[in-house]
Design a protein. Structure first.
Length: 271
């Protein structure tokens, strides 16, 4: 009952938007939540692996008071279709992002990517810098530092027992989270197929984040919580960083007011 109540609240936050819809993509429908209005630049939010757009409900509610704010489900996650071609590469995810912003007639916008969504943002900004007014990396992933053997071992465990493997690997990142946030994160992961979760990880392993980041010359900001070798803010020290001490990996869900304040400070001066 508690989990059902939490889910209804998360969906209500997104359902309050006037324009939830599906955008036709090249490999299937993409689920989108689009709402808000105002003269300020729109913000487009990109979630992490095994997640969906409900994890941005605190940001959508806040920013739609003064500007347009958009979130969408990555292919094979949330309510978006499984891609017909089975392609879960970072390039394919960035291509879906391009499809979404074109379908919504967004010419210029701010991008925010959490975790795995960070490399998706980096890939898009590198390819379409003229459309990206600023890029924000929320406890984002950098270039993966695990060896091929370590990565393959994790992927094998994921395919053998995804629920257990996810819970064990997510536990340190959820150490500071409330029970409600933990339940929401695990619910999102549970409804993501093993194929989508594992294939997206493989795609990240093969993507050169450093090359993409260096190709974008516009304003950037890292909002950081956890320090580890593969963290974006640890690898890319030239990017300004705002730390949220005591928060876990899902910092925008754990401390939405603080996260929104930091993002607002970055976004407001941009034109």
């Amino acid at each position: 009952m508690k989990r059902l109540l939490l889910l209804s609240l998360l969906l209500a936050g997104c359902a309050a938007a006037p324009r939830p819809s599906f955008v036709p993509g090249s490999q299937g429908r993409i689920h989108v939540s689009d709402g808000g209005a105002g003269s300020a630049l729109p913000i487009v939010f990109v979630h992490g692996n095994g997640a969906n757009l409900t994890q941005w409900s605190g940001q959508l509610t806040h920013f739609r008071r003064s500007r347009r704010a958009v979130a969408f489900d990555l292919r094979g996650m949330g309510w978006s279709d499984v891609p017909a071609d089975g392609d879960y590469s970072i390039a394919a995810m960035a291509g879906d992002l391009h499809t979404v912003v074109n379908a919504l007639n967004l010419d210029r916008f701010i991008l925010v990517g959490h975790s795995y969504g960070g490399p998706v943002v980096a890939a898009y900004a590198a390819r379409h810098p003229e459309r990206v007014a600023g890029a924000v990396y929320a406890d984002a992933a950098g270039d993966i530092k695990a060896t091929r053997e370590q990565s393959d071992r994790y992927l094998d465990a994921l395919r053998m027992d995804k629920p257990r493997t996810v819970r064990v690997s997510f536990a340190p990142m959820l150490a500071t989270a409330t029970d409600e946030v933990k339940a929401a994160v695990l619910w999102s992961a549970d409804r993501t197929s093993t194929e989508a979760f594992g294939s997206a990880m493989e795609g990240l392993r093969d993507f050169d984040v450093a090359r993409a980041v260096s190709a974008y010359r516009g304003p950037m900001l890292a909002i950081a919580a956890l320090d580890h070798p593969s963290a974006f803010h640890v690898q890319f020290t030239s990017v300004p960083v705002r730390s949220m001490e005591g928060a876990g990996h899902w910092l925008m869900m754990e401390r939405p007011a603080q996260f929104n304040y930091i993002l607002q400070e970055f976004a407001d001066p941009l034109r």
